[in-house]
Design a protein around this ligand. Structure first.
Ligand SMILES: [Zn+2]
Length: 169
C-alpha cells in the first residue's frame, strides 16, 4: 500500500521527462556526428588549399622548438616555396591597362589567372630582370599575395639555412 494516499495509477510524473531526455540525448550525438562529418569535409577542403601555410607553421616549430633534421627542413622548405609559387590561392595581380591589377583568382604567385595574356605573366616578368619591381608591386598589393610572397621568402631562407647546416655538419 502506498503511504499518505499516493496514487500509483497513471504515468509517473518523471516518466515523460525521462523519455523526452532520452530522445534528446540520442539526437544530440547524431547532430554532433553529422556536424563533424560536415566540418571534416570543409576542413579537408581548407587543408587542401592552405597546406603550405600550415607547413610554414610546422617549419617554424621544426627550426626553433623541436629542432628537426636538416634534411626534413630542406624538403619542407622546398615544398613551401613550390606551394607559394604554384598552388597558393592568390589574386592574379597582372597589371592591366584599364583596371589596374587583375583581381581574378590565381593558384600560385607565378601562374596568373585563366586569361591567356596573364598566364605565367609574373614568371615572364621575372625572367626580364628590370621588371622585378613591377612583380613585387603586383604581388605585395594584396593580403594573400603578401602572405604567399613572405612564405615563399621564408621558405627560400629556411631551405638555404638548412642546406648550409647540412653541408657544415
Ligand atoms: Zn589575370
Amino acid at each position: 500500500m502506498p503511504p499518505n494516499g499516493w496514487v500509483l495509477s497513471g504515468p509517473h510524473p518523471l516518466v515523460p521527462q525521462i523519455t523526452q531526455r532520452r530522445c534528446y540525448d540520442t539526437r544530440v550525438p547524431v547532430d554532433v556526428l553529422r556536424g563533424v562529418v560536415m566540418m571534416k569535409a570543409a576542413t579537408k577542403k581548407r587543408l587542401a588549399r592552405y597546406w603550405g601555410y600550415i607547413l610554414v607553421i610546422i617549419l617554424y616549430f621544426g627550426w626553433f622548438e623541436i629542432h628537426l633534421d636538416p634534411v626534413v627542413l630542406v624538403s619542407m622548405s622546398s615544398l613551401v616555396v613550390v606551394y607559394c609559387l604554384f598552388q597558393a590561392p592568390v589574386p592574379c595581380c597582372a597589371l592591366t591597362r584599364r583596371y589596374g591589377y587583375c583581381r581574378n583568382n590565381a593558384i600560385g604567385l607565378l601562374r596568373g589567372c585563366h586569361l591567356e595574356a596573364h598566364k605565367w605573366q609574373n614568371l615572364r616578368l621575372l625572367v626580364k630582370q628590370q621588371a622585378w619591381a613591377q612583380v613585387g608591386r603586383g604581388v605585395f598589393h594584396s593580403v594573400s599575395g603578401n602572405a604567399a610572397a613572405l612564405s615563399a621568402l621564408a621558405g627560400i631562407v629556411s631551405a638555404s639555412a638548412a642546406a648550409i647546416t647540412l653541408v657544415a655538419h
